[in-house]
Design a protein around this ligand. Sequence first.
Ligand SMILES: [Zn+2]
Length: 190
Amino acid sequence: MPETPEQLYARVAADLRMPPVETWDTFPFDGEMRPRPLRPPVEREEPREGEDGIDCQSCSALDDEYVWTTDRWRLRSFDRPTGLPIVLLLDSREHYAEPGDLPDELAAELGVMLSRIERAIRSIGEIGRVHVCRWGDGGEHLHWWFMARPARTPQLIGSFAAVWDEILPPVPEDVWRADIAAVVAALEAD
Ligand SMILES: [Zn+2]
């Protein structure tokens, strides 16, 4: 069994390491850096947005707030352009919290959905990779991220793409809208 949070904190708090980020080509920041002090564990985790489906934004959202929907899945974008060319989120239509909570049939269909959406995003051109991610520490309603990074820009590879999304100025709105429309067209043609 892993250490308790208290054991972990007692062991590491005074001994944090600073990795050699200056040698990492994908690290987005420059200058002198040090790790933030680690705060001690909390008594209990804060509830996530929409916990147990109560006041859940995803449950209460209408289909027309999504760019593409099926009987059991809904795909949404942000309401304004992102720094990366395409950032989309796939929600289950019903409220589930964790991937492991899905009934087998839905879990199997999720695999197909992740594959279809990744393929549709990649098909629009000039995409180097589509990162497919699930964190789930913000809202409880099960959602998967699709983050497409630009092609041929090696500094933007890997997990820091999620941070570069906030650093790159937003894509021009008309380009962003056309790209999302192209993804939806590809999904419908698939
Ligand atoms: Zn929900």
